[in-house]
Design a protein around this ligand. Structure first.
Ligand code: XMP
Ligand code: MG
Length: 172
C-alpha cells in the first residue's frame, strides 16, 4: 500500500453518513429514490449510505472515467458501462466519490438529463471546491476538503486503497 496518513476517520465518515441519510429520508419522503452509483469510487459510500435510508431505493450503476492513470485528469469523460434503465419521470440522485474539476459531473448532468427524470440531484462524498474548472454545486456533500489527493473508502490511487475504512492523504 502507498504511504498515507489518516485524514477523515471511520467514525467521522459514519457520523456524517447518518446525517446525510436523515436529510435524504426527509427530502425524498413518500418517494422512491433512484440512486445512480458512479463506479468504482462511490461503491463503498453508496453501500453504506443506502443501508441507513428508510425510503424505498432503486440502485443503478454507471462507470465513467476522466482520469487516465495516477492523479491527472485527461479532460474527456468516457462512459464504460451503464445499468441505468427507466429513469423517465423518476427521482434520481447521482452519487460520486469526489467532485474535483467538475468535468465528470458536467458530463453526468448532460447524460442524466437526457433520461428525462422528474428530479435530478447530485451527492458527493468529498468536494474539492478549490479545483473547480466548471461551476457545479452538488446538492449533498459529505465533506468539503482542501486540494489534497485522497485515497480510501472507495477512492484509489492506481486502483489501490479503496478498501481502507478511512479517508487518507497520499504521501510521497
Ligand atoms: P473531476 O475532475 O472530473 O474528477 O471532477 C472527478 C473524478 O476524479 C477522481 N479524483 C480523485 N480520485 N482521489 C481519488 O482517488 C482524489 O483526490 C481525486 N480527485 C479526483 C475521481 O475518480 C472522481 O470521480
Ligand atoms: Mg480513481
Amino acid at each position: 500500500m502507498y504511504k498515507h496518513r489518516v485524514f477523515i476517520t471511520e467514525d467521522q465518515i459514519q457520523a456524517r453518513l447518518v446525517a446525510l441519510a436523515e436529510q435524504l429520508d426527509r427530502d425524498y419522503a413518500g418517494r422512491t429514490l433512484n440512486i445512480v452509483c458512479i463506479l468504482k469510487g462511490a461503491a463503498v459510500f453508496v453501500a453504506d449510505l443506502i443501508r441507513l435510508l428508510h425510503i424505498p431505493v432503486i440502485l443503478h450503476f454507471l462507470k465513467v472515467s476522466s482520469y487516465t492513470d495516477g492523479a491527472e485528469s485527461s479532460g474527456t469523460v468516457h462512459l464504460h458501462f451503464s445499468s441505468v434503465t427507466d429513469l423517465e419521470a423518476r427521482h434520481v440522485l447521482v452519487i460520486e466519490d469526489i467532485l474535483d474539476t467538475g468535468i465528470t459531473m458536467d458530463y453526468l448532468i448532460k447524460h442524466m438529463t437526457a433520461t428525462k427524470p422528474a428530479s435530478l440531484r447530485y451527492c458527493v462524498l468529498l468536494d474539492k471546491p478549490e479545483r473547480r474548472k466548471i461551476d457545479i454545486r452538488p446538492d449533498y456533500v459529505g465533506f468539503e476538503i482542501a486540494d489534497y489527493f485522497v485515497i480510501g473508502y472507495g477512492l484509489d490511487y492506481n486502483e489501490l486503497g479503496r478498501n481502507l475504512r478511512y479517508i487518507a492523504i497520499l504521501e510521497e
